[in-house]
Every structure is written in C-alpha cells, then in structure tokens.
Design a protein around this ligand. Structure first.
Ligand code: IPE
Ligand code: IPE
Ligand code: MG
Length: 247
C-alpha cells in the first residue's frame, strides 16, 4: 500500500508515475560480502536477510504492486549441505521475526518454486505465512524458493496443455507462479554479475535490466532509489517507436 505522496516521492528524487509496477531482484553477493570481511558465508546470508527488511518496506511504501525476490534457485541445491542448512534456518527465523510486521503492512506473501523439496519445518513456516497474508491488499511479495525459470515454464506449459490442446501466450502466462503480478518492469541484480541465472525467464521479456556491483547485504534503500531513478530515465518502446511521436 502506497504510503508516500507525490511530493514525498519527489523528495526522494523519484518521479510519480514512473515507479515500476513489478520489481524483481536477484539478491546476489552474500558469500563474497562475508569472505571480504573474513567471515563465514553464513554471516553474509544473515546480513542479506537483514538488508531485505527495508527494501520490502520501501518498495511497498512507494506503491510498487509486486516485488519478486530470488532467495534460492533450483541450481542452489548444488551448494554444500551445511550452507543449505544455514539458509533454511535463516528462512524460518526470517518469517518468524517479520511476519507480523509484513501482515500489518498489508503485504501478501507467496512462495514461487517447488517448496516440497525443503524440510517440513521450512514448508510449514512458509505456508503459514502465505495463509496468514493471503487476503492482504498491499504489496505482492513473491519469494523464489527452489525456483527455476525453466522449471516454471515446463510446469506452466504442461498445465496449459491439460486445459487446452493449443496453449497460447495468455494460457501459459496464466499458469506461471507469478500470474497475478504480471510482467517484470525492472530487474535488479546485485553482486556484480550480469546474468539472469534462470530467474523469471518469461516475465522479463521486456524488463529493464539494472546491474550493480553492490553486494546484496549492502543494498540499501539509497541503492534502490538509484535503480529506480535509472529506470525512470529509460525509454521503453516494447518494439514500437518513440512515445514522443518521433516520425
Ligand atoms: C546469493 O548470494 C544468495 C543465494 C544464492 C542463496 P550468494 O550465496 O550466491 O553469494 P556469492 O555470489 O557467492 O557472493
Ligand atoms: C542467483 O545467484 C540465485 C540467487 C540469488 C538466489 P547465484 O549465485 O546462484 O547465481 P550464479 O551461480 O552466480 O549464476
Ligand atoms: Mg552468487
């Protein structure tokens, strides 16, 4: 739910009307953040979880409709067992700590990906958060957990085929995990790598891409504002011509 008025948005250097409806973030760089400080990788994940709090808050307050965050990819299952264990523990801790505030702020939580792979305690915590917030009217927060863009597309195509022998773009879109959040307007990746890593392949068809070297634990609202300002200056043509009527 939008909290800021137009003049408050302007005070942040933002342009009302040029706020992306759907923001997606590849929260990368936790491990390197920790290593650079001589800390174990788990400390980076913990710092990353802490960074998330204000980003969700701010995204909601500026009136974006959806925020989709990459927390754990299908490929991340290749990580050492102890790192996966730390991530699972942090997930449970995160939901237990944040759920009341998220709920109070009207955030609707949805996990995307195959949750059934996780230990039961993770599944139960995430499902409880989804149920509690299911009817909330505010920010749609999609958390990608054991998510892969290709797996999502295979699933959507199978379901579409089951419905109709001849699926089209609309039927496939309908069966994406993020169906009610629509296409991504702005995709942010922190951590310095410029790749998509199997995230939201369908939904980013016309997204504006923003890459920053800042590692996720250091990604503050000031960094998000930078990304939003950059987005506001982009000319989105969607394959058409300049919107100012250039002939
Ligand atoms: C992103 O940080 C979080 C997850 C993938 C779970 P990384 O753990 O990939 O951190 P780097 O890329 O190794 O620095
Ligand atoms: C992408 O980061 C996945 C998440 C942030 C959850 P990775 O660190 O897994 O991606 P690669 O391996 O650098 O492509
Ligand atoms: Mg990484």
């Amino acid at each position: 739910m939008r909290k800021y008025s137009d003049s408050e948005l302007k005070a942040f250097g933002l342009i009302p009307g040029r706020i992306p409806k759907h923001i997606a973030i590849v929260m990368d760089g936790n491990g390197r953040w920790a290593t650079a400080k001589g800390l174990p990788r788990g400390a980076g994940h913990r710092a990353g979880v802490n960074a998330l709090r204000d980003i969700i808050r701010f995204t909601s307050d500026i009136g974006a409709e959806a925020l989709t965050i990459y927390a754990f990819s299908t490929e991340n299952r290749k990580r050492p067992k102890d790192e996966i264990g730390i991530l699972c523990g942090l997930l449970i801790e995160y939901f237990n700590r944040e759920i009341d505030e998220l709920h109070a702020n009207g955030v609707r939580i949805k996990s995307i990906g195959d949750l059934s792979w996780f230990p039961t305690a993770v599944q139960e915590t995430v499902r409880a958060a989804e149920v509690k917030t299911a009817n909330n009217p505010g920010l749609k927060l999609n958390i990608a957990l054991n998510y892969g863009g290709r797996a999502e597309l295979v699933r959507a195509m199978r379901l579409s085929f089951r419905e109709t022998g001849e699926p089209d773009e609309d039927t496939i879109s309908k069966y994406l995990y993020t169906a009610d959040s629509g296409d991504v307007d702005l995709l942010i990746r922190t951590g310095g790598d410029e790749r998509v890593s199997n995230f939201l392949l369908w939904q980013i068809a016309y997204a504006e891409l923003y890459f920053t070297d800042v590692k996720w634990p250091d990604f503050t609202r000031e960094e998000l504002i930078r990304a939003l300002q950059d987005f506001a200056g982009r000319e989105r043509r969607f394959g058409g011509l300049k919107s100012d009527g250039a002939k």
